[in-house]
Design a protein around this ligand. Structure first.
Ligand code: HEM
Length: 212
């Protein structure tokens, strides 16, 4: 039997996943070399990005290719806004790479492309993202009330949820979706995330944004 699509997608993005995971900003953030302000700056970018991702998800909710993926319990925009308010981050700047990411999301025309961005963010949030939540509390003393973005308790255990998500990926072709479009757009989604993390590396290294 040939490799399931979910495994092919994961293999296709393994190299770029490794790159995003090892961007200076991510490494410094996770190792405790930054501060609460740097985390708030990341959240400010997510505020813009998830707003558009979630309105696109709603727009495609009834599309037969995207519908199996639609799950309002995944939505993070309200949580991100609340976390940002708790961290006093409303006035932080939106980086050009976040604006570009949001523009790419706004322009998506196909269900497969929406799946790609949905997968990149939410499966990431349910995986390495869980460590981000824990580590931000530990290194920077952030209270749980400012880390609600990483709380997916409503979904139950993450492993079965991710397994079920992967089986939906495996059925994309069966619902009439084009797998190659998902792969191509997922690469694009990772590149957009990488550009964002590079922008944030520069912003935090040059202290172009005041850090407390
Ligand atoms: C500190 C940074 C990161 C760490 C430590 C990390 C770690 C991980 C780990 C361990 C997994 C595998 C989980 C599993 O198989 O169940 C994973 C999966 C994933 N990560 Fe990350 N990650 C990081 C950053 C990112 C970023 C920035 C993105 C993209 C925006 C991302 C997107 C994904 C996706 C889409 C998956 C699911 C892969 C699949 O199973 O198909 N990750 N991550």
């Amino acid at each position: 039997m040939s490799e399931p699509f979910s495994a092919r997608l994961k293999a296709s993005t393994a190299a770029i996943h490794d790159e995003v995971e090892h961007t200076t900003f991510m490494v410094d953030l996770m190792e405790g070399h930054l501060d609460a302000r740097a985390y708030a700056l990341l959240l400010k970018q997510y505020d813009v990005i998830y707003g558009v991702l979630e309105s696109k998800s709603r727009e495609f909710a009834e599309d037969p290719v995207f519908a199996p993926f639609f799950d309002a319990r995944l939505f993070r925009a309200d949580r991100i806004a609340a976390d940002l308010a708790a961290l006093d981050g409303a006035e932080l700047p939106v980086m050009p790479s976040a604006t570009a990411y949001a523009a790419q999301l706004s322009g998506l025309e196909r269900a497969e492309q929406v799946i790609a961005h949905h997968y990149t963010r939410y499966l990431g949030d349910l995986s390495g993202g869980q460590a981000i939540g824990t580590i931000m509390g530990r290194h920077y003393g952030l209270p749980a009330t400012s880390l609600t973005m990483w709380d997916f308790a409503e979904l139950g255990k993450t492993k079965p949820y991710k397994d079920a998500y992967r089986s939906r990926l495996d059925r994309v072709a069966a619902t009439g979706g084009d797998e190659q479009i998902v792969i191509d757009e997922t690469m694009q989604a990772f590149r957009l995330n990488e550009a964002l993390l590079v922008d944030l590396t520069e912003a935090t290294e040059q202290r172009t944004v005041p850090v407390a």
